[in-house]
Design a protein around this ligand. Structure first.
Ligand code: PEP
Ligand code: MG
Length: 577
């Protein structure tokens, strides 16, 4: 077998060795394996359980609808899905296929879906023919359930599986949190695309922007993914494999050593205390944040509660999620960002509202979307406020561009508080409200923003995108996405400097906060609060402990004024030497 290397952009470090599993654009390709005769009853049972789980999901959606959290017109669509799910052609036929063909449940279900789709294609009546899409959706729902709980045979096979995809949406990636893939490759994707951010949160090595990995690699081929060095080796020979196994061990030893820093305060040599907090997507990410000594949650990307599901999360469901995190952090700050939907994070139910905008990153996204959908926004605000009774919760508003948006949001929060007061529901009346600085206009308006908000958090991922007019999820312009562009550094200096002068707390919660190469620069610019993916917390802490801020200042002061990109890079190297 020919051995070759593919280069991309490593978005999550570490080394993984395993076999390739190619996945299609959006959904996992269904594995096919033989089930031994004695395991057939268990496999049939696994299928029945998945169907029951989907039944419960649909029931929950009905409930959400009657409580007004889901628009009424979805009732009809839920009824159709319920009927399809309970029809023997979908809920029984696959069981026969499992027994007859001795195959796994996923395979049996996909076979049966194929048969049904073919039957629908032959129907003359256009309305009925269109119900094919519903059959597929219901089938995929059961499939997702099955794939979340693989049978014994597949689970073992999965341990050393490396996912190879052309492209994946953030929603696809978050779905993989329930699987045990050893690493992750995609043809497309930029470093700060949401797909990459979520891939990082899977805590496995990941390389994106490989251009044609999906075409070059075949199912089952042996791969080495070296995220730190942005490389993938296909069909490595024995010597290369041995070398990488050694490297893997070394990395593991270094990781174990770092763990000793978990409870140590992050303090520079000259006594500057630095707060290191975690970015999370779902409550399940909390243990990892705590294991890595997070002093709080600096960014809870709450919109992930809205992805990969049919209905919208009710106030109750959101409240439970927020409360879990608030309680889990035991009094440490938990910064819940109100949902940043739109652009690359879409929800099926909202698609009609957010549309496929001509220019989604500049469209109805984040706070704009929240203000355009006050009912949804109010539901979330009430849920967050209720959770504030159980810990130190803070509310963070994404993508603010103007004072008007701040005023409208503050009014909505007041309204939510009022409605809770009327019901006698407890909440923290002094809950801090902050804004994300992600648009150049926000940096230039920062003094006005500071007067209205309790804290600020710079979203460098978007700030870079909007400053340079480079779509962060578009791989074709990823070479232009430059965190070290002099304009970006000047904006950061302005934002951090202004907030510090006005004594307003300011953090960075974009990917830059977790990049070791940027730690000293950010410290020198006056930043004392970093929020990042939990897996970076200890390495950044180590760097803080080895830094004397005073000694950085002459170089950082020059960096604030430099216009020549090459000069800027050489000064950065000097800081990190
Ligand atoms: C950012 O833009 O830097 C940020 C933290 O928000 P997100 O990556 O979710 O857009
Ligand atoms: Mg952002």
């Amino acid at each position: 077998m020919v051995s070759f290397a593919l280069h991309g952009v490593g978005v999550s470090g570490g080394i993984a060795i395993g076999r390739a599993q190619l996945v299609s654009h959006a959904t996992l390709e269904v594995a096919h394996y033989v089930v031994p005769p004695r395991q057939i009853p268990a496999e049939v049972e696994r299928f029945s359980t998945a169907v029951k789980e989907v039944q419960r999901e649909l029931e929950a959606l009905h409930l959400a609808m009657t409580s007004g959290d889901v628009p009424g017109e979805f009732g009809a669509f839920l009824d159709v899905h319920w009927m399809i799910l309970n029809d023997p052609t979908l809920s029984d036929a696959p069981k026969k296929i499992i027994a007859e063909q001795r195959c796994n449940a996923e395979w049996a279900l996909t076979q049966q879906m194929g048969v049904l789709v073919e039957q629908f294609d032959q129907i003359e009546d256009p309305y009925l023919r269109e119900r094919k899409a519903d059959v597929v959706q219901v089938g995929e729902r059961v499939l997702k359930r099955l794939m979340g709980k693989r049978g014994a045979t597949a689970a073992n096979a999965e341990e050393q599986t490396i996912l190879v995809a052309h492209d994946l949406s953030p929603a696809d990636v978050i779905q993989f949190k329930h699987h045990h893939f050893a690493a992750f490759l995609t043809d497309l994707g930029g470093v700060t695309s949401h797909t990459a951010i979520v891939a990082r949160s899977l805590n496995v090595p990941a390389v994106v922007a490989t251009h044609n990995a999906r075409q070059m690699i075949r199912d089952g081929e042996m791969l080495i993914v070296d995220g730190g060095n942005h490389v993938v080796i296909v069909n490595p020979d024995r010597a290369v494999l041995a070398e990488y196994r050694l490297k893997q061990n070394e990395l593991e030893i270094a990781r174990q050593k770092l763990k000793r820093l978990r409870t140590k305060p992050a303090e520079t040599i000259d006594g500057e205390l630095v707060e290191l907090e975690a970015n999370i997507e779902l409550p399940d990410d909390l243990p990892q944040a705590l294991e890595n000594g997070a002093m709080g949650v600096g960014l809870f990307r709450s919109e992930f509660l809205f992805l990969n599901r049919d209905g919208l999360p009710s106030e109750e469901e959101q409240f439970e999620a927020y409360r879990k995190v608030a309680e889990g952090m035991e009094g440490k700050p938990v910064t819940i960002r109100t949902f940043d939907l739109g652009a690359d994070k879409q929800h099926e139910l909202l698609e009609g509202l957010t549309r496929v905008a001509p220019n989604p990153a500049l469209g109805l996204r984040a706070v704009r979307f929240c203000l355009a959908e006050p009912k949804l926004f109010l539901t979330q605000l009430r849920a967050i406020l209720r959770a504030s009774h159980y810990g130190k919760v803070r509310i963070l508003i994404p993508m603010i561009a103007s004072l008007g948006e701040i005023d409208q949001t503050l009014a909505m929060i007041e309204h939510a508080k009022e409605s809770l007061r009327e019901q006698g529901a407890p909440f923290d009346p002094g809950v801090a409200i902050g804004g994300m600085i992600e648009i150049p206009a926000a940096v230039l308006s920062i003094s006005a923003f500071v007067r209205k908000l309790d804290f600020l958090s710079i979203g460098t991922n978007d700030l870079i995108q909007y400053t340079l007019a480079v779509d962060r999820s578009d791989e074709t312009v990823s070479h232009l996405y430059d965190p070290m562009h002099p304009a970006v550094i000047k904006l950061l200096a302005l934002a951090i400097g202004s907030a510090n002068r006005m004594k307003s707390p300011i953090a960075v919660c974009g990917e830059m906060a977790g990049e070791l190469a940027m730690t000293r620069l950010l410290l020198g610019l006056g930043l004392r609060n970093f929020s990042m993916h939990p897996s970076h917390l200890l390495t950044v802490k180590q760097r803080v402990l080895q830094t004397e801020v005073k000694a950085l200042m002459p170089v950082v002061d020059r960096m604030k004024r430099v216009d020549d990109p090459a000069k800027l890079i050489s000064l950065l190297d000097r800081l990190n030497a």
